[in-house]
Design a protein around this ligand. Structure first.
Ligand code: SAM
Length: 322
C-alpha cells in the first residue's frame, strides 16, 4: 500500500524499447535504443517480479517498445506464470507479429492481450506507423479471439485532425468483431514537435459523438482498469474511455512500471525513476531489493502533474513502456 492508501498490485514491465513501427506521435524521430547490456536480462526481470509478488503484486503486463521483438517471450511468460502469487499476465502489442505466436503465448500463460490500433484504414495505417502492416494486425486480432484470449482489447489513441473521423467506425468495429475498443486521450510524451494540447480530444467529447448514434450501457468488467467501459446495445462488443488528461484517475492508480533498462517508475507522468538494475547487478539480497521496491511505492505522488502544469515527459512511451 502506498502513502495514499492505494493498493499497488500491478507491475507493468517493458521488456524492450525497440519497436518495428514508427508511429508518428510516439517515436517518429530517431532515438537511440538502449544498449544491449543495459537491458534487463530475463533472469533479472523474473527475480524482480518474484520479489514484487512477495510484496503484493498480483498482475503483470508485458509491454515495450514492441514486446514481440524480444526473443523467447514464451520462456518469460512461463516463468512469471510459475510465480504462484501472480494471477494475471497480459501483453500490450501492436499486433503486427502476434498471429504467428499467439497459440504458443497462450500455452505459456498469457491470459489477455491489448492490441494498439489507431485507424481502420489500410493506407492511413501505413502513414501513421510507417509500415504497411494493417492486414497483419487484423489477422492477429482474429487469431487472438480464436485462441480464446479474453477479452481482446483494442487501444486507440484519437488525435484531433489525425484520426478523429474514425470514432464511429471504431464503435462499429467493436460490435462487428466483439472486442473492447478503449479510446485513450493523447498524452504529452514522445516527439516534442508532435504533442500540443490543441490536439487532445477529451473522452467527454468522444462519448457525446458516440451517444449521438448508440445507446451505451455502463459495463462492469473485472479487467476494466482505469477505463470507463460501456456495453453496446446489440450485446456484442464494448467501448470505453481512458481519460488521463481530462479526469483525475490517480486515486485509482495501482501500478508501478519497470523500464527495459531497469528503472522503476512510480508515476507515468513523472520523470522520476529509480535504478533497480544497479541493485540487481550489484549483489543486493532479495530483502534489500524488496525494501527498495517499497521505497518506490512510497514515492508514488498523490496525483499527476503535481506542479499543476502539463509538461512534456522526457521519454517517449516507447522508452517508458506504454
Ligand atoms: N508496441 C506496443 C503497442 O503498440 O501496443 C506497446 C508499446 S506502445 C508505446 C503502447 C501504447 O502507447 C500504444 O497503444 C500507443 O498508442 C500508446 N501511446 C504512445 N504514445 C502515446 C501518447 N503520447 N499518448 C497516448 N498514448 C500513447
Amino acid at each position: 500500500m502506498d502513502n495514499f492508501n492505494r493498493v499497488i498490485n500491478y507491475l507493468r514491465i517493458s521488456i524492450t524499447d525497440r519497436c518495428n513501427l514508427r508511429c508518428k506521435y510516439c517515436t517518429e524521430t530517431f532515438l537511440p535504443s538502449i544498449g544491449h547490456d543495459d537491458v534487463l536480462r530475463y533472469e533479472e526481470v523474473i527475480r524482480l517480479t518474484r520479489i514484487a509478488a512477495s510484496l503484493g503484486v498480483r498482475k503483470v503486463r508485458l509491454t515495450g517498445g514492441e514486446p514481440l521483438r524480444r526473443k523467447s517471450l514464451p520462456f518469460l511468460l512461463k516463468e512469471i506464470d510459475a510465480i504462484g502469487a501472480i494471477e494475471d499476465i497480459s501483453l500490450t502489442t501492436n499486433g503486427v507479429d502476434l498471429a504467428q505466436y499467439v497459440e504458443e503465448l497462450k500455452e505459456s500463460g498469457l491470459k489477455r492481450v491489448n492490441i494498439s490500433l489507431d485507424t481502420l484504414k489500410r493506407e492511413r495505417f501505413a502513414y501513421i506507423t510507417g509500415v504497411d502492416a494493417f492486414d497483419r494486425v487484423m489477422r492477429s486480432i482474429e487469431k487472438a479471439k480464436e485462441a480464446g484470449l479474453d477479452p481482446v482489447k483494442i487501444n486507440t489513441v484519437i488525435i484531433k485532425d489525425f484520426n478523429d473521423d474514425e470514432i464511429l467506425d471504431f464503435v462499429d468495429f467493436a460490435e462487428r468483431l466483439d472486442v473492447e475498443v478503449r479510446f485513450i486521450e493523447f498524452m504529452p510524451f514522445g516527439d516534442e514537435s508532435v504533442w500540443d494540447s490543441s490536439k487532445v480530444l477529451h473522452s467527454a467529447y468522444l462519448e457525446s459523438i458516440i451517444r449521438g448514434k448508440h445507446d451505451l450501457e455502463p459495463s462492469i468488467s473485472p479487467h476494466k482498469g482505469p477505463a470507463k467501459m460501456f456495453l453496446l446495445k446489440g450485446g456484442r462488443g464494448q467501448v470505453g474511455f481512458i481519460s488521463p488528461m481530462s479526469s483525475h484517475i490517480c486515486h485509482e492508480c495501482n501500478r508501478l512500471r519497470l523500464t527495459a533498462d531497469g528503472k522503476l517508475k512510480p508515476c507515468l507522468f513523472s520523470d522520476t525513476e529509480y535504478d533497480v538494475r544497479a541493485l540487481l547487478r550489484g549483489g543486493a539480497s532479495d530483502e534489500e531489493i524488496g525494501a527498495f521496491v517499497r521505497g518506490v511505492v512510497g514515492a508514488k505522488p498523490e496525483r499527476k502533474f503535481e506542479s499543476g502544469t502539463i509538461k512534456k515527459c522526457q521519454r517517449s512511451m516507447r522508452h517508458i513502456g506504454g
